[in-house]
Design a protein around this ligand. Structure first.
Ligand code: RIB
Ligand code: CA
Length: 313
């Protein structure tokens, strides 16, 4: 299987943190070119610092972490401390990072990395608002042929939204950016709430992380204990949905996931349904598909993979 050359664009966030760890634990499948950070769950100064905290937890001070956009393209920033806590990594107590933040802006890193790459060779994984990726495409549209795939966490198709009844958080925060990326014509793969709400960290799965008896297992256990509580109380789930690691697991073993090619569009006009991801699931309008949207996964295989890989760190 060919390795994916990955730029992971994130807003850590406990679930982003687990996605970073999964990527770092999977060098056979993932060549992590860099981590770009964006304002989302918490403001940018925290997301860039949290990304470095997690790399240091994994013993990977060599990973290049970049700071990107501190706000969405058009709208005011909406954050989610009500879910992630004030630090964005509540449930853990990681020290201030000492590894350096890269000087280069995240958007320039995305542009330069793509410009220097072969066609169809870069996989960009946005697991927060897509502001950085949209800015890179707007600044240098010539990078688009260099992008093999965009595999993102975001959206809600048959599920209701989690930020408004119509919209999931990543798309709601920057719907214009998501639309720029979707309409760029790249090979677009989306992991919406329809699949991530089936990736539940049940108490038994949480215990498996803690039973790793490692700093990584302990931190994941503490973070997810905290992160789980909101969705479990809102939806009555028997565990919290583990959104962002689904993107990395897809790159490692796409057979874990199911979905279909559909025509997808994103609401950017109506305040009532701002950020809604509308998939023509039954091809009623008979338009060309422009996205592969996942709606199911083998959750036991997902957690077996995740637990095994975290055990390597
Ligand atoms: O709606 C879930 C998404 O929003 C996840 O990426 C989570 O980290 C937050 O960014
Ligand atoms: Ca995220």
């Amino acid at each position: 299987m060919q390795k994916s050359n990955v730029i992971l664009d994130c807003d850590p966030g406990q679930d982003d943190a687990v996605a970073i760890l999964l990527a770092l634990a999977s060098p056979e499948e993932i060549n992590l070119l860099g981590i770009t950070t964006v304002a989302g769950n918490v403001p940018l100064e925290l997301t860039q610092s949290n990304a470095r905290r997690i790399c240091e937890l994994a013993g990977r001070r060599d990973v290049r972490v970049f700071a990107g956009a501190s706000r969405p393209l058009m709208r005011d920033l909406v954050t989610a401390e009500w879910i992630h806590g004030k630090t964005g990594l509540d449930g853990s107590d990681l020290p201030e990072p000492t590894m350096p933040l890269q000087e280069e802006h995240a958007v320039n890193f995305i542009v330069q990395t793509c410009l220097e790459a072969e066609d169809n060779s870069i996989t960009i994984c946005p697991i927060g608002p897509m502001t950085n990726v949209a800015l890179a495409m707007m600044q240098a549209p010539q990078i688009i042929p260099k992008i093999k795939q965009v595999v993102c966490m975001g959206g809600a198709i048959k599920e209701f939204g989690n930020t408004t009844p119509a919209a999931e958080f990543n798309i709601y925060v920057d719907p214009q950016a998501a639309k720029v990326v979707l309409n760029s014509g790249v090979d677009f793969v989306m992991m919406p709430l329809d699949v991530t709400h089936k990736a539940l960290v049940t108490p038994e799965r949480l215990q498996r992380f803690k039973d790793l008896n490692s700093p990584v297992g302990d931190v994941c256990g503490g973070m997810l204990d905290y992160f789980n509580r909101f969705d479990m109380s809102r939806y009555g789930f028997d565990g919290g949905p583990l959104h962002d690691p689904c993107v990395i697991a897809y790159l490692i073993d796409s057979d874990i996931f199911k979905g279909r090619e559909v025509h997808l569009d994103i609401e950017t006009s109506s305040e009532l349904t701002m950020g809604q991801t509308l998939a023509d699931w039954w091809n009623i309008m008979e338009r060309e598909p422009n996205a592969f949207v996942c709606d199911d996964l083998d959750h036991e295989r997902f957690f077996q993979l995740l637990t095994e890989r975290l055990g390597r760190l």
